[in-house]
Design a protein around this ligand. Structure first.
Ligand SMILES: Cc1cc2nc3c(=O)[nH]c(=O)nc-3n(C[C@H](O)[C@H](O)[C@H](O)COP(=O)(O)OP(=O)(O)OC[C@H]3O[C@@H](n4cnc5c(N)ncnc54)[C@H](O)[C@@H]3O)c2cc1C
Length: 383
């Protein structure tokens, strides 16, 4: 066991590496260790759902190896090393390569794909894509696949659907929702997206769930609860992610949907912090880049001796569906009010006003995405 004074980060995704970079801008001397169960290569996860039509494979998406990151960050990168547990009393993490001591520990261990409950002899062959290694497997399997079925018509499912159709594949998207990305988009904008992707050739099975996936010679048969049956050469599941809280539980930290932290990203143990997809910061689990960057900048200051609370401005989400470009800043979940719409066809600006007429959120499609800055500037900070 070494380096009692080290800052230790678990996870080499965008959260772990962004924090390490921000920390090194402020502190060049404290020992810094990143422990990761993957290979520790740097890549930008949002690019996974646009890489196919941009002609980039998994190797090209990785822009630095673990060794290069170690040099850039003046850090020890322990890759292919899984953390099994945290002993918060002794300030030690237990890994597959031995114990590692810490002064401050940051959990940046991401989220895990939710697998829909399905039956059938090929359920284990359904792919989820949430890492570079998953992406490499997807591209390998795609070489012999023309018809791709995507279970989950949310943001990730629609982005992959658009990328696949642009690359000449045949795409079917399945899910219980009434229209795509119904968790973020108002009806009219969701329908515009559906219509744009249908024009490109996407086939939809909405209002129904997949109940079973069975092999069918070289491909698969997907059974739906509506009684329909679809055949495909490759099946992707994109039904959502849940924060990875397993390690936090071994340390006895407070866990709700994500690892519970205050605005200093501090968990229920004062020397353990959480950031990114795994964290629930001041009651919010926001699995997007903008809040993660704001958190990384604040936490880097705290870890270098200047305690800093995270601040979130209004943060729109860009949805990478080039057939119908979208930007959304959804109103708070509990907001009561209504959507109003301007424009038609694929070019729609939707605004949400609460019952007192206060502007609370927006969704923009097509040409209307040019209103992003103007509308964002009218919305209050989130934190
Ligand atoms: C296809 C796709 C497209 C996206 N597009 C956008 C977008 O356009 N805009 C946007 O804002 N957001 C987007 N997101 C979300 C965004 O990419 C994520 O919020 C962000 O990348 C999460 O980073 P993270 O570091 O928190 O988690 P991850 O990238 O999941 O990293 C988790 C790390 O923890 C490690 N780890 C986990 N458990 C252990 C353990 N026990 N021991 C050791 N290591 C462990 C893993 O190996 C990994 O290195 C997208 C997500 C996906 C999947």
């Amino acid at each position: 066991m070494t380096q009692q004074e080290a800052v230790v980060i678990i996870g080499s995704g965008l959260s772990g590496y962004t924090l390490a970079r921000e920390f090194r801008k402020l502190d060049q001397t404290t020992a810094l260790t990143v422990i990761t169960s993957d290979d520790g290569a740097f890549y930008s996860k949002p690019m996974l759902s646009t890489a196919l039509s941009r002609g980039k494979d998994a190797v090209q998406l990785s822009t630095s190896t673990a060794d290069e990151m170690a040099t850039t960050l003046n850090a020890t990168i322990m890759n292919h090393t899984k953390v099994a547990a945290i002993d918060a009393e002794r300030r030690v993490v237990k890994t597959s390569s031995g114990d590692v001591a810490y002064k401050s520990l940051v959990l940046a261990c991401g989220a895990v794909p939710i697998r829909p409950p399905m039956e059938g002899d090929a359920v284990d062959e359904v792919l989820s894509i949430n890492s570079l290694a998953d992406y490499a497997r997807f591209r390998e399997r795609l070489e012999s696949a023309q018809r791709v079925a995507i279970i989950g018509p949310g943001l990730i499912g629609c982005e992959f659907g658009n990328d696949l159709i642009n690359a000449g594949k045949t795409v079917t998207i399945i899910g219980p929702d009434p229209y795509p990305i119904s968790g973020l988009l108002p009806t009219t904008v969701g329908r515009a997206l559906k219509s744009a992707l249908s024009t490109q050739g996407v086939e939809w099975y909405l209002g129904t769930t997949a109940t079973a996936v069975n092999s069918n010679g070289t491909g698969y048969r997907i059974m739906l609860d509506s009684g329909s049956e679809i055949t495909a050469d490759l099946v992707i599941s994109a039904v959502g992610l849940r924060p990875n809280t397993a390690l936090a539980e071994t340390a006895g930290l407070n866990v709700n949907r994500g690892i519970v932290t205050n605005r200093f990203l501090q968990t229920s143990k004062s020397d353990i912090y959480a950031l990114g997809d795994c964290a629930e910061i001041d009651g919010m689990n926001l699995p997007f880049i903008a809040p993660m960057m704001a958190g990384a900048r604040a936490l880097a200051k705290t870890l270098s001796g200047n305690e800093t609370a995270v601040e979130y401005p209004a943060m729109p989400v860009i949805i990478k569906t080039p057939s119908c470009p979208l930007v959304v800043l959804p109103p708070p979940r509990d907001a009561e009010g209504e959507w109003s719409y301007e424009g038609d066809g694929l070019n729609i600006a939707a605004r949400f006003n609460d019952v007192d007429g206060k502007f609370m959120g927006f969704a923009l499609a097509g040409d209307a995405v040019s209103k992003k800055q103007e509308l964002t500037s009218l919305l209050p900070a989130v934190l």
